[in-house]
Design a protein around this ligand. Sequence first.
Ligand SMILES: [Fe+2]
Ligand SMILES: [Fe+2]
Length: 327
Amino acid sequence: MTTLKKRQFSALRNSHSNSGQKVKPSHRFSNSFISRRGFLRRGVAVGAGVAVGGLLVNKASAAGGLTVGDAALLRFPAALEILEADFWIQYNELAGVQDGEVSGGSGIPVYTKALEQLDSDMAVYVHDNTDDEITHHQFLNAYLVANGAEPANLDNFRTLMGSTATGVNRDLIGKRLTNLTKLTLDTSWWTRYRDDSHNPDLNPDFVFPQAVPTLAVGQHTAIPRTDADLKHKDFIQAMANTAGFHFPTIEQGGNSLYPSLAQRATSAEVLRILISIGPTETMHFQTWSDKAGNAPPLTAVDPVTGVSVTFPDLNSPPFGGESYQPI
Ligand SMILES: [Fe+2]
Ligand SMILES: [Fe+2]
Protein backbone atom coordinates (compact mmCIF):
# COMPACT_ATOMS: atom_id res chain seq x y z
CA MET A 1 0.00 0.00 0.00
CA THR A 2 1.38 3.39 -0.88
CA THR A 3 1.61 6.22 1.62
CA LEU A 4 -1.08 8.04 -0.33
CA LYS A 5 -3.41 5.07 -0.07
CA LYS A 6 -2.80 4.86 3.65
CA ARG A 7 -3.62 8.56 4.06
CA GLN A 8 -6.81 8.17 2.03
CA PHE A 9 -7.85 5.20 4.12
CA SER A 10 -7.28 7.13 7.30
CA ALA A 11 -8.95 10.32 6.07
CA LEU A 12 -12.06 8.46 4.97
CA ARG A 13 -12.04 6.50 8.18
CA ASN A 14 -12.29 9.68 10.19
CA SER A 15 -14.69 11.59 8.00
CA HIS A 16 -17.84 10.30 9.67
CA SER A 17 -17.12 11.82 13.05
CA ASN A 18 -16.35 15.35 11.84
CA SER A 19 -13.49 15.78 14.26
CA GLY A 20 -12.05 12.28 13.87
CA GLN A 21 -12.35 11.93 17.65
CA LYS A 22 -13.67 8.79 19.26
CA VAL A 23 -17.07 9.14 20.93
CA LYS A 24 -17.50 12.69 22.19
CA PRO A 25 -20.54 13.95 20.31
CA SER A 26 -19.87 17.62 19.77
CA HIS A 27 -22.15 20.47 20.71
CA ARG A 28 -22.62 21.02 16.99
CA PHE A 29 -25.19 18.25 17.27
CA SER A 30 -27.50 20.48 19.24
CA ASN A 31 -30.70 19.13 20.70
CA SER A 32 -32.53 22.23 19.61
CA PHE A 33 -32.12 21.54 15.92
CA ILE A 34 -35.44 20.55 14.41
CA SER A 35 -35.80 19.81 10.72
CA ARG A 36 -38.92 20.96 8.90
CA ARG A 37 -40.22 17.41 8.54
CA GLY A 38 -39.36 16.66 12.17
CA PHE A 39 -41.12 19.82 13.28
CA LEU A 40 -44.26 18.91 11.35
CA ARG A 41 -44.29 15.38 12.77
CA ARG A 42 -43.80 16.71 16.26
CA GLY A 43 -46.63 19.20 15.81
CA VAL A 44 -49.00 16.45 14.73
CA ALA A 45 -47.92 14.22 17.57
CA VAL A 46 -48.39 16.91 20.19
CA GLY A 47 -51.85 17.67 18.85
CA ALA A 48 -52.89 14.05 18.98
CA GLY A 49 -51.23 13.56 22.34
CA VAL A 50 -53.39 16.16 23.99
CA ALA A 51 -56.47 14.13 23.12
CA VAL A 52 -55.16 10.94 24.74
CA GLY A 53 -53.56 12.32 27.84
CA GLY A 54 -50.05 12.80 26.38
CA LEU A 55 -49.38 9.15 25.58
CA LEU A 56 -48.76 9.82 21.92
CA VAL A 57 -46.27 12.54 22.73
CA ASN A 58 -44.14 10.02 24.56
CA LYS A 59 -44.55 7.49 21.79
CA ALA A 60 -43.58 9.90 19.04
CA SER A 61 -40.46 11.43 20.48
CA ALA A 62 -37.65 10.40 22.76
CA ALA A 63 -36.28 12.86 25.28
CA GLY A 64 -33.88 15.38 23.82
CA GLY A 65 -35.50 15.91 20.45
CA LEU A 66 -34.96 12.61 18.61
CA THR A 67 -38.11 10.98 17.34
CA VAL A 68 -38.53 7.34 18.29
CA GLY A 69 -38.03 6.47 14.62
CA ASP A 70 -34.84 8.47 14.27
CA ALA A 71 -33.46 6.95 17.47
CA ALA A 72 -34.19 3.49 16.07
CA LEU A 73 -32.45 4.42 12.81
CA LEU A 74 -29.28 4.99 14.85
CA ARG A 75 -29.73 2.20 17.42
CA PHE A 76 -30.03 -0.53 14.79
CA PRO A 77 -26.69 0.26 13.10
CA ALA A 78 -25.17 0.80 16.56
CA ALA A 79 -26.00 -2.85 17.36
CA LEU A 80 -24.57 -3.99 14.03
CA GLU A 81 -21.43 -1.93 14.57
CA ILE A 82 -20.95 -3.60 17.97
CA LEU A 83 -21.06 -6.96 16.16
CA GLU A 84 -18.76 -5.68 13.41
CA ALA A 85 -16.29 -4.39 15.98
CA ASP A 86 -16.40 -7.73 17.81
CA PHE A 87 -15.19 -9.74 14.86
CA TRP A 88 -12.68 -7.12 13.73
CA ILE A 89 -11.24 -7.04 17.26
CA GLN A 90 -10.70 -10.81 17.02
CA TYR A 91 -8.94 -10.43 13.67
CA ASN A 92 -6.83 -7.58 14.99
CA GLU A 93 -5.72 -9.56 18.03
CA LEU A 94 -4.41 -12.31 15.76
CA ALA A 95 -3.27 -10.51 12.59
CA GLY A 96 -3.41 -6.75 13.05
CA VAL A 97 -0.89 -4.18 14.15
CA GLN A 98 -0.56 -4.51 17.91
CA ASP A 99 -0.52 -1.08 19.52
CA GLY A 100 -2.16 1.05 22.16
CA GLU A 101 -4.85 2.35 19.82
CA VAL A 102 -6.41 -1.09 19.35
CA SER A 103 -4.97 -3.19 22.13
CA GLY A 104 -5.63 -6.64 23.49
CA GLY A 105 -3.86 -9.31 21.47
CA SER A 106 -0.29 -10.17 20.64
CA GLY A 107 -0.69 -11.65 17.15
CA ILE A 108 0.13 -14.99 15.53
CA PRO A 109 3.13 -14.48 13.23
CA VAL A 110 2.41 -17.34 10.79
CA TYR A 111 -1.26 -16.36 10.44
CA THR A 112 -0.33 -12.69 10.02
CA LYS A 113 2.14 -13.70 7.32
CA ALA A 114 -0.50 -15.79 5.54
CA LEU A 115 -2.85 -12.79 5.46
CA GLU A 116 0.00 -10.70 4.08
CA GLN A 117 -0.11 -12.90 0.99
CA LEU A 118 -3.23 -10.87 0.13
CA ASP A 119 -1.47 -7.52 0.68
CA SER A 120 1.79 -6.65 2.40
CA ASP A 121 -0.01 -4.05 4.52
CA MET A 122 -2.87 -6.29 5.66
CA ALA A 123 -1.96 -5.82 9.32
CA VAL A 124 -2.37 -2.05 8.98
CA TYR A 125 -5.67 -2.40 7.14
CA VAL A 126 -7.01 -4.85 9.73
CA HIS A 127 -5.99 -2.52 12.54
CA ASP A 128 -7.51 0.57 10.94
CA ASN A 129 -10.76 -1.17 10.02
CA THR A 130 -11.05 -2.39 13.62
CA ASP A 131 -10.52 1.13 14.90
CA ASP A 132 -13.21 2.37 12.47
CA GLU A 133 -15.83 -0.05 13.77
CA ILE A 134 -15.12 0.82 17.39
CA THR A 135 -15.58 4.53 16.64
CA HIS A 136 -18.79 3.79 14.70
CA HIS A 137 -20.68 2.14 17.56
CA GLN A 138 -19.21 4.44 20.18
CA PHE A 139 -20.25 7.53 18.25
CA LEU A 140 -23.76 6.24 17.46
CA ASN A 141 -24.37 5.21 21.07
CA ALA A 142 -22.90 8.44 22.46
CA TYR A 143 -25.19 10.46 20.20
CA LEU A 144 -28.22 8.43 21.32
CA VAL A 145 -27.34 8.94 24.98
CA ALA A 146 -26.65 12.65 24.44
CA ASN A 147 -30.19 12.93 23.07
CA GLY A 148 -31.84 11.01 25.88
CA ALA A 149 -32.37 7.82 23.89
CA GLU A 150 -31.42 4.25 24.78
CA PRO A 151 -28.10 3.05 23.32
CA ALA A 152 -27.58 -0.40 21.83
CA ASN A 153 -26.10 -2.88 24.29
CA LEU A 154 -25.29 -6.51 23.46
CA ASP A 155 -23.27 -7.31 26.58
CA ASN A 156 -25.68 -10.08 27.64
CA PHE A 157 -24.76 -11.96 24.48
CA ARG A 158 -20.99 -11.95 25.02
CA THR A 159 -20.82 -15.69 25.59
CA LEU A 160 -19.02 -17.28 22.61
CA MET A 161 -15.68 -19.00 23.09
CA GLY A 162 -13.66 -17.71 20.14
CA SER A 163 -10.03 -18.66 19.65
CA THR A 164 -7.87 -19.92 22.50
CA ALA A 165 -4.67 -19.83 20.43
CA THR A 166 -1.61 -18.05 21.73
CA GLY A 167 -1.96 -14.42 20.66
CA VAL A 168 -5.62 -13.77 21.55
CA ASN A 169 -6.71 -11.44 24.30
CA ARG A 170 -7.13 -14.00 27.07
CA ASP A 171 -9.51 -11.68 28.93
CA LEU A 172 -12.05 -12.05 26.09
CA ILE A 173 -11.99 -15.85 25.74
CA GLY A 174 -15.59 -17.01 26.19
CA LYS A 175 -16.85 -13.43 25.84
CA ARG A 176 -17.21 -13.03 22.07
CA LEU A 177 -20.35 -11.94 20.24
CA THR A 178 -19.41 -13.43 16.88
CA ASN A 179 -18.05 -16.83 15.93
CA LEU A 180 -15.32 -16.71 13.29
CA THR A 181 -14.65 -20.44 13.50
CA LYS A 182 -17.83 -21.69 11.76
CA LEU A 183 -18.39 -19.44 8.78
CA THR A 184 -20.54 -20.16 5.74
CA LEU A 185 -19.92 -17.34 3.29
CA ASP A 186 -21.99 -16.06 0.38
CA THR A 187 -19.34 -14.75 -2.01
CA SER A 188 -21.78 -13.94 -4.83
CA TRP A 189 -21.04 -10.23 -4.36
CA TRP A 190 -17.89 -10.97 -6.35
CA THR A 191 -19.85 -11.65 -9.55
CA ARG A 192 -22.83 -9.36 -8.77
CA TYR A 193 -20.67 -6.24 -8.97
CA ARG A 194 -18.87 -7.43 -12.12
CA ASP A 195 -21.76 -8.77 -14.21
CA ASP A 196 -22.94 -6.32 -16.88
CA SER A 197 -25.85 -8.46 -18.04
CA HIS A 198 -27.86 -8.96 -14.85
CA ASN A 199 -29.29 -6.31 -12.59
CA PRO A 200 -30.50 -7.65 -9.22
CA ASP A 201 -33.07 -4.83 -8.98
CA LEU A 202 -34.62 -5.72 -12.34
CA ASN A 203 -34.17 -9.47 -12.06
CA PRO A 204 -34.15 -10.43 -8.39
CA ASP A 205 -34.39 -14.15 -9.21
CA PHE A 206 -31.08 -14.33 -11.03
CA VAL A 207 -28.57 -16.31 -8.98
CA PHE A 208 -25.13 -14.74 -9.16
CA PRO A 209 -22.45 -17.43 -8.98
CA GLN A 210 -20.08 -17.74 -6.04
CA ALA A 211 -16.43 -16.73 -6.31
CA VAL A 212 -15.51 -19.43 -3.78
CA PRO A 213 -18.25 -22.08 -4.05
CA THR A 214 -16.94 -24.27 -1.21
CA LEU A 215 -17.16 -21.38 1.28
CA ALA A 216 -20.91 -21.19 0.58
CA VAL A 217 -21.46 -24.67 2.02
CA GLY A 218 -20.25 -26.26 5.24
CA GLN A 219 -18.55 -24.41 8.05
CA HIS A 220 -15.07 -22.93 7.85
CA THR A 221 -12.81 -21.25 10.35
CA ALA A 222 -11.24 -17.91 9.44
CA ILE A 223 -8.98 -17.85 12.49
CA PRO A 224 -6.77 -20.41 14.23
CA ARG A 225 -9.01 -21.95 16.90
CA THR A 226 -6.09 -23.34 18.88
CA ASP A 227 -2.34 -23.58 18.42
CA ALA A 228 -2.94 -27.03 16.87
CA ASP A 229 -4.46 -25.32 13.82
CA LEU A 230 -1.02 -23.91 13.01
CA LYS A 231 0.62 -27.21 12.09
CA HIS A 232 -0.38 -27.32 8.41
CA LYS A 233 0.90 -24.65 6.02
CA ASP A 234 -1.95 -24.97 3.51
CA PHE A 235 -4.57 -24.87 6.24
CA ILE A 236 -3.04 -21.68 7.69
CA GLN A 237 -3.33 -20.08 4.26
CA ALA A 238 -6.88 -21.43 3.87
CA MET A 239 -7.86 -19.76 7.17
CA ALA A 240 -6.29 -16.48 6.01
CA ASN A 241 -8.02 -16.74 2.62
CA THR A 242 -11.35 -17.41 4.36
CA ALA A 243 -10.79 -14.27 6.44
CA GLY A 244 -9.91 -12.38 3.26
CA PHE A 245 -13.30 -13.28 1.74
CA HIS A 246 -15.17 -12.78 5.03
CA PHE A 247 -14.05 -9.15 5.28
CA PRO A 248 -15.86 -7.89 2.12
CA THR A 249 -18.80 -10.27 2.64
CA ILE A 250 -19.59 -8.43 5.86
CA GLU A 251 -18.66 -4.92 4.73
CA GLN A 252 -21.02 -5.04 1.74
CA GLY A 253 -23.86 -5.08 4.30
CA GLY A 254 -23.08 -1.62 5.64
CA ASN A 255 -22.57 -0.48 2.09
CA SER A 256 -26.33 -0.78 1.40
CA LEU A 257 -27.67 -0.50 4.95
CA TYR A 258 -26.77 3.12 5.64
CA PRO A 259 -28.25 4.58 2.43
CA SER A 260 -31.43 2.56 3.09
CA LEU A 261 -31.72 3.90 6.65
CA ALA A 262 -30.83 7.46 5.65
CA GLN A 263 -33.85 7.76 3.36
CA ARG A 264 -36.11 7.30 6.39
CA ALA A 265 -34.53 9.91 8.70
CA THR A 266 -36.56 12.98 9.65
CA SER A 267 -33.82 14.90 11.47
CA ALA A 268 -31.12 16.50 9.34
CA GLU A 269 -28.56 15.56 11.99
CA VAL A 270 -29.54 11.89 11.94
CA LEU A 271 -29.41 12.01 8.14
CA ARG A 272 -25.95 13.58 8.36
CA ILE A 273 -24.67 10.83 10.65
CA LEU A 274 -26.05 8.02 8.49
CA ILE A 275 -24.72 9.40 5.20
CA SER A 276 -21.34 10.01 6.81
CA ILE A 277 -20.76 6.50 8.17
CA GLY A 278 -22.20 4.77 5.09
CA PRO A 279 -19.42 5.73 2.67
CA THR A 280 -16.84 4.47 5.18
CA GLU A 281 -18.41 1.02 4.92
CA THR A 282 -18.35 1.28 1.13
CA MET A 283 -14.67 2.13 1.33
CA HIS A 284 -14.12 -0.91 3.57
CA PHE A 285 -15.88 -3.14 1.04
CA GLN A 286 -13.89 -1.80 -1.89
CA THR A 287 -10.60 -2.25 -0.06
CA TRP A 288 -11.35 -5.82 0.98
CA SER A 289 -12.82 -6.92 -2.34
CA ASP A 290 -9.55 -5.80 -3.91
CA LYS A 291 -7.45 -7.76 -1.39
CA ALA A 292 -9.55 -10.93 -1.65
CA GLY A 293 -8.56 -11.21 -5.30
CA ASN A 294 -4.98 -11.87 -4.17
CA ALA A 295 -5.86 -14.95 -2.11
CA PRO A 296 -3.53 -17.73 -3.29
CA PRO A 297 -5.42 -20.56 -5.06
CA LEU A 298 -5.31 -23.76 -3.00
CA THR A 299 -7.25 -26.66 -1.53
CA ALA A 300 -6.96 -27.51 2.16
CA VAL A 301 -8.71 -29.81 4.59
CA ASP A 302 -9.72 -28.72 8.09
CA PRO A 303 -7.78 -31.08 10.41
CA VAL A 304 -10.57 -30.95 13.01
CA THR A 305 -13.78 -31.18 10.94
CA GLY A 306 -12.45 -32.84 7.77
CA VAL A 307 -14.24 -30.16 5.69
CA SER A 308 -12.41 -29.23 2.49
CA VAL A 309 -12.16 -25.75 1.02
CA THR A 310 -10.91 -24.74 -2.42
CA PHE A 311 -9.88 -21.25 -3.41
CA PRO A 312 -9.96 -21.26 -7.22
CA ASP A 313 -7.71 -19.42 -9.59
CA LEU A 314 -10.20 -16.70 -10.51
CA ASN A 315 -8.28 -15.96 -13.71
CA SER A 316 -8.58 -19.47 -15.14
CA PRO A 317 -11.51 -21.52 -16.59
CA PRO A 318 -14.17 -22.28 -15.51
CA PHE A 319 -13.59 -18.96 -13.79
CA GLY A 320 -11.89 -15.97 -15.46
CA GLY A 321 -13.42 -13.36 -17.74
CA GLU A 322 -15.22 -10.21 -16.68
CA SER A 323 -17.36 -11.90 -14.04
CA TYR A 324 -14.45 -13.37 -12.10
CA GLN A 325 -11.12 -11.79 -12.83
CA PRO A 326 -9.63 -10.01 -9.81
CA ILE A 327 -9.56 -6.23 -9.93
FE1 LIG B 1 -18.82 0.18 10.71
FE1 LIG C 1 -17.07 -1.60 8.31
